[in-house]
Design a protein around this ligand. Sequence first.
Ligand SMILES: [Zn+2]
Ligand SMILES: [Zn+2]
Length: 149
Amino acid sequence: MDSRFTQLINKLREQGHRMTPQRAAILKAFTENPSHPTVEQVYEQVRREFPMTSLATVYKTVAMLKEQGEIIEISLGAGSSRYDAARLEPHAHLICTGCSRIVDVDDSQLAVAPEYLAEKYGFNLHSQRVDYYGLCPSCQAAGQSQNQP
Ligand SMILES: [Zn+2]
Ligand SMILES: [Zn+2]
């Protein structure tokens, strides 16, 4: 089975998107980073290989991916957003307010929630967003105080 990166590149090519090595590097950085990076983090990473990359190019690529439904935006308020292009199937996030770590939740009990809600409330669901905020184990150990997002 092709990687998510390969699948995405092929899909965009089929749709007639121009695939420069730099754009491919941006897509790779987003799809192969499971830690929910910011646009700036991806920009810094891609610039090591392609120093000519501009922040605007990364933002444009994100806008294109959003249009295609190929990236999940996790907005944390105050203009800061994190992105998940590594997994597209609906999943909840645990967000640490101490160190901003974002963890994907793989839990079968949560996975049945959309089905239950669709049944109970008669909604035809097309997307979901579930974020839990708190302190991760290492921040608890470090005695971080709880900040509200
Ligand atoms: Zn933490
Ligand atoms: Zn995620």
